[in-house]
Design a protein around this ligand. Structure first.
Ligand code: MLT
Length: 407
């Protein structure tokens, strides 16, 4: 008899962004509307930078010749990329990471979802609102209890609200693992170095693993905001960090990212000291054949002078979109947070309207797609998220339509 993983049966109907895409598709088809502007899922619109494109062309040419062909690559990622990451992303911030502690992958979504494979039973805490991948992957692994319509009974939620400045408080109950994402998806907010240091100190004192998603670090403009959790003393003992090239370099379709698991991160298990990076390596060797040679060559090119200049200019473009949209929303009397160190705006719905209702209003009246805050967790109710990854002309048009909104 075929048996399925029952945990999947507990999941709400569909993944948040798939659900929104289906609603948008139905709207377009039913009403034959062809001017919908999507500011929902954070898919980028600026093409991959020239430096990475050239490197990927060269990589394809290499693969086309017998003498330079590459088959299966190292599961942990090619040395050339891991060295570029250590030297380019960490050393300039005074953080010493060895290339052996870096694991290249096909993106932070896969890594933050798959990491549950190497963790045992334990209480998991998530910020609320939260990137749904952390929650759903724990639910799939049977670590989230039951879904009660708005939350999972087995997870500890750390509300991030306007009242606490969208900064999560340390959990008041014992937890074993906590997911932190800063700059935050969906709220677009950040933690200062002092705020993050409190989390590291607490994790060290309470034997907690921090899963730190810094996929949006390239958007940080405030010098008081750390780009990596490893800028904090002690973090090597308690944290895993995830990074992505998706939003930094237009790699949403190329797929490449990486995780850093320091050597110090170890637990006593099975009568011995087990390093988490050993377990992750074991997992990756079995279930993953590495990101493609082509995408890794493309990623390495981001660290060249040209690559850096080109990606920087794309990030500035997105940040200027965020500033433009924030201005337009503020002008119409809405309150918007985020957008200065992150590509997301977290916007209060008018008069406390439920977020899915505001989603419908925006879609029907303005043909605009946002992401309803409730989809990110109970504390997301009353907010919607807009991304800054669109083209500038879309924001100009979105602002024009928003001004005509009847709310
Ligand atoms: C988002 O819109 O939250 C992200 O683009 C989704 C993702 O990175 O998987």
């Amino acid at each position: 008899m075929i048996r399925v993983n029952d945990n999947y049966l507990k999941l709400p109907g569909s993944y948040l962004f798939a659900n929104i895409a289906a609603k948008a598709r139905a709207f377009r088809q039913t009403l034959a509307v062809d001017d919908v502007i999507s500011l929902g899922i954070g898919d980028v619109t600026q093409p991959v930078c020239d430096a990475a494109v050239a490197a990927m062309h060269d990589a394809v040419d290499e693969l086309s010749r017998v003498e330079s062909f590459h088959g299966y690559g190292p599961e942990q990622g090619y040395e050339f990329l891991r060295q570029a990451i250590a030297a380019g992303d960490y050393a300039p911030r005074g953080v010493k990471i060895s290339p052996d502690e870096i694991f290249v992958s096909d993106g932070a979504k896969s890594d933050t979802g798959n990491i549950v494979d190497i963790l045992g039973a334990g209480r998991v805490a998530v910020t609320d609102p939260v990137y749904p991948v952390y929650v759903d992957s724990n639910a799939m692994a049977g670590r989230a209890g039951d879904y009660t319509g708005t939350r999972w009974s087995g997870l500890t939620y750390l509300p991030c609200t306007e009242d606490n400045g969208f900064v999560p408080q340390l959990p008041s109950e014992k937890v074993d693992v906590v997911y932190l994402c800063f700059p935050n998806n969906p709220m677009g907010t950040v933690l200062t170095k002092d705020e993050l240091a409190k989390w590291v100190e607490w994790a060290m004192a309470n034997d907690v693993l921090i899963l730190y998603d810094s996929a949006y670090e390239a958007f940080i403009t405030n010098p008081a905001v750390p780009h990596s959790i490893f800028e904090i003393e002690g973090a090597r003992n308690v944290a895993i960090e995830f990074r992505s090239y998706s939003k930094t370099a237009g790699f949403t379709g190329v797929r490449c990212g990486y995780a850093v698991i320091p050597d110090e991160l170890a637990v006593e298990a099975g009568g011995r000291t087990v390093r988490l990076n050993e377990l992750w390596k074991r997992r990756q060797c079995t279930k993953f054949n590495g990101a493609s040679y082509i995408s890794q060559r493309g990623a390495a090119a981001i660290y060249t002078e040209e690559g850096r200049r080109q990606t920087r200019s794309t990030i500035e473009y997105y940040l200027s979109n965020a500033a433009y949209l924030k201005g337009a929303l503020t002008e119409m009397g809405l309150t918007a947070f985020g957008g200065t160190d992150a590509p997301y705006l977290w916007v209060k719905t008018p008069a406390g309207m439920p977020s899915w209702d505001f989603f419908d209003v925006l879609l029907r009246q303005a043909h605009l797609i946002c992401t309803p805050g409730a989809g990110f967790g109970p504390s997301g109710e009353g907010f919607v998220r807009f991304t800054a990854f669109g083209r500038r002309e879309s924001y100009v048009e979105a602002a024009r339509r928003l001004k005509k909104l009847n709310i």
